[in-house]
Design a protein around this ligand. Structure first.
Ligand code: ADP
Ligand code: G6P
Length: 476
């Protein structure tokens, strides 16, 4: 795959975000930083390896820079005005669709002006994709910010092959039906040739919806629309195992892991949480469970310490601001009640880190806590497993993550039930080392056999892209 003589790309990825964010430093200088979130972590190696173009937003309002190259990828920025950031990104995408698709963990807001902006921005992305694609190219559209793009793109470019992948859960029919203009959203997705989801249930929800909302007759994993076939299937996303391998083999990373352990109090067991600061991640419930374990005397500040990394995210949205206040209050409460001078029970880091520092944290941890109330997949869980070549460490994992379907050797918990999180943490802390090693071995086999390259080849193979062998799925 690559660029043809006319400048069009044979492989185009379209996502709300580019893999890098434009940030302005304190010195007023512009620079590029890796964008937050699992979508970028997962797609970057896929595009880098295939040498395609990436159509997306830079994360800043205003004019977009000219297309540029980074790391073997051609980036084609799409501009968003400040009002569009407000209405399309923070509004319709992240205050309507995000909470509704995550089972109403927070209440969605419905606004006509947000829907209008969403449609206008989706049209702009579709045009940008149409401009980037060579004749008969493959265009792969991603995630809930761009649900209308497949149909819009098909209208502009009936020659291209269109894939769509949803990185977050697809809700049950009764929830989707609450969305105003729900039919347009469904029709938008049906513009694709292949619609991919994180799990089988999501694909089923979608196919049921085509019957209910569009009067279509889905059969197995496909449905006929205007004489075309649309396939809907699960493709559980994964991580770049080779990248994690490289980092864990790096002596500097191993040394940093040892240093972190010493600094956090030598023989104390280290519990770790790493999340975007998002209300879907169950951070409050996790902190509450940890507080209660200390209060019950089941664990003590002399024996354990919790490091909670919370990456800043969507900070202008009220629900995220309120969450931050609640989380910081809970950290303060636990520190106040159970801390000693020079020895805190919780280290809360509201920061982004480089990959090496994150992997050092994974290596240093005894128990990784991944307790979302709802999550399409959760890559942090898979990164932790991939990092533990020593086959040590325990994973406490919410049943409500896509990852739980594959990592059933984790200590699975109901993340809505603080008592059950407490049980999971205690079981993980008290587990027999041999049992832990066996669990970790199984989980590592699963992740290593199904890495991000497997995922991309599987999806593109089913989409019928030349050079992406369909045997990937048969070999599963
Ligand atoms: P989501 O996509 O909802 O943010 P995931 O767990 O699927 O959740 O993906 C999060 C990604 O972001 C992972 O690749 C993880 O390594 C990365 N990440 C999380 N926290 C940080 C942080 N503080 N600094 C840098 N990267 C982070
Ligand atoms: C999740 C979503 C992505 C999104 C990421 C970060 O992974 O599925 O589409 O890019 O979160 O969120 P942000 O709003 O900062 O792009």
């Amino acid at each position: 795959m690559g660029e043809d003589a006319g400048g069009g790309h044979e492989f185009v990825v379209v996502a709300n975000r580019l893999p890098v964010d434009e940030v302005t430093g304190e010195d007023g200088q512009h620079r590029w930083e890796r964008s937050p979130g699992g979508l970028v972590s997962a797609l970057q190696p896929v595009v880098r390896q295939r040498g395609g173009a990436w159509v997306g937003w830079t994360g800043s309002a205003g004019e977009a820079p000219e297309p540029f190259d980074i790391d073997g990828m051609r980036l084609r920025p799409v501009p968003l005005s400040a009002e569009e950031v407000d209405q399309y990104y923070e509004g319709q995408s992240n205050a309507t669709i995000w909470p509704l698709f995550h089972d109403l963990v927070e209440q969605p807001t419905h606004r006509r002006d947000w829907r209008r902006a969403y449609e206008a921005v989706n049209r702009r992305f579709a045009r940008a994709a149409a401009d980037a694609a060579a004749p008969d190219a493959t265009v792969w559209v991603h995630d809930y910010q761009l649900l209308l793009v497949p149909a819009m793109l098909r209208e502009l470019r009936p020659d291209v092959r269109i894939g769509f992948f949803l990185h977050i859960p697809f809700p049950p029919v009764e929830l989707f039906m609450q969305l105003p203009r729900r039919r347009e959203l469904l029709t938008g997705l049906l513009g694709a040739d292949l619609v991919g989801f994180q799990g089988a249930l999501a694909a089923q929800n979608f196919l049921r919806l085509t019957r209910l909302l569009a009067g279509l007759e889905p059969k197995d994993d496909r449905v006929e629309v205007d004489g075309r076939t649309v396939v809907a299937r699960a493709f559980p996303i994964s991580i770049d195992v080779a990248e994690v391998d490289q980092l864990t083999a790096d002596p500097a990373v191993q040394e940093r892991a040892r240093q972190l352990r010493t600094e956090l109090g030598g023989d104390r067991r280290l519990l770790l949480g790493v999340d975007r600061l998002d209300y879907t991640k169950g951070i409050e419930q996790r902190l509450e469970a940890y507080h209660d374990l200390l209060a019950d005397g089941e664990i003590s500040n002399d024996d354990v310490v919790l490091v909670q990394v919370a990456t800043p995210s969507r900070q202008r949205i009220t629900q995220y601001q309120q969450l931050r206040e609640r989380v910081e209050r809970e950290v303060g409460r636990t520190t106040g009640e159970f801390g000693d001078v020079g020895r805190a029970p919780v280290h809360y880091l509201f920061q982004s880190f480089g990959r090496a520092e994150l992997v050092a944290l994974y290596l240093a941890a005894d128990v990784m806590l991944v307790t979302p109330l709802r999550d399409g997949m959760n890559l942090v869980a898979k990164e932790f497993v991939a990092a533990r070549r020593d086959e040590q460490g325990a994973l406490v994992l919410s049943e409500f993550t896509g990852a739980a379907a594959e990592l059933d050797d984790a200590f699975l918990v109901n993340a809505h039930d603080t008592d059950d999180i407490k049980r999971g943490i205690l079981e993980a802390l008290n587990a027999d080392p041999q049992d832990l090693a066996a669990r970790m071995r199984h989980m590592r086999e699963q992740v290593r056999a199904h890495d991000i390259d497997y995922w991309a080849r599987d999806f593109l193979g089913v989409l019928g892209v030349p050079g992406a062998p369909p045997e990937a799925r048969e070999a599963a």
